[in-house]
Design a protein. Structure first.
Length: 201
């Protein structure tokens, strides 16, 4: 039970790596666009690895709550949310999708899932974490209750604004692909430190 949680917590350093938009943007310009291909690769890679780690965290948390005698209704809801994540958070092979993204229409779809998936993931995680921590608190284990959520961004609006501004808005759009997950990882750190503190005790 605790082993699975500890494994997921320890993996944070290797999966939840923040990326500097400024450095990648400059690298892309210097390399005449080649750097943006590598940036796409790492954006897809960290998305997929983080989603996999989050599912492991959820499985460990459910096992922990079961061992603590949590109520059936709370466990059923947590398992349902976890099931949503497993079915909706598709794994994307970064090498394959970078190659496919060289095709214009496919690159648009890549931008779509990078834009939309993060917000959906964060909303789903907030539902799970809030319920899990509330249940733990009821069992006598104090946990933080506030969980930050990545804003849900409209892919269609981003496309329209990018076209209307002749690509200028696209720079901000790309920035959000970096910054949203960077903030999400910071929030994870706060949440997981609380979990680690409890498990260690």
């Amino acid at each position: 039970m605790s082993t699975l949680l500890f494994e997921a917590l320890k993996e944070r350093e290797s999966t939840d790596r923040k990326m500097s938009f400024g450095k990648w943007f400059l690298f892309g310009i210097i390399t005449l666009g080649i750097g943006f291909i590598f940036a796409f690769y790492y954006l897809i890679k960290r998305r997929t690895e983080h989603f996999k780690r989050q599912r492991k965290l959820e499985e460990g948390m459910i096992a922990l709550l079961e061992s603590r005698g949590a109520g059936e209704s709370a466990l059923a809801e947590l398992k349902a949310i976890h099931g949503e994540a497993r079915s909706e958070e598709k794994e994307r092979d970064p090498i394959l999708w970078v190659i496919l993204s060289l095709i214009p229409f496919v690159s648009i779809y890549t931008l779509y899932f990078l834009t939309v998936d993060s917000g959906n993931h964060a909303m789903r995680q907030r539902r799970f974490t809030t319920l899990a921590f509330t249940t733990l608190s009821q069992l006598g284990v104090p946990m933080p209750q506030e969980v930050h959520v990545i804003p849900k961004r409209s892919f269609a609006l981003n496309i329209v604004l990018t076209l209307l501004t002749l690509g200028i808005f696209g720079i901000y759009w790309e920035y959000t692909l970096f910054s949203d997950f960077n903030q999400h990882f910071e929030d994870h750190k706060v949440i997981e430190e609380a979990m680690l503190s409890y498990l260690s005790a």
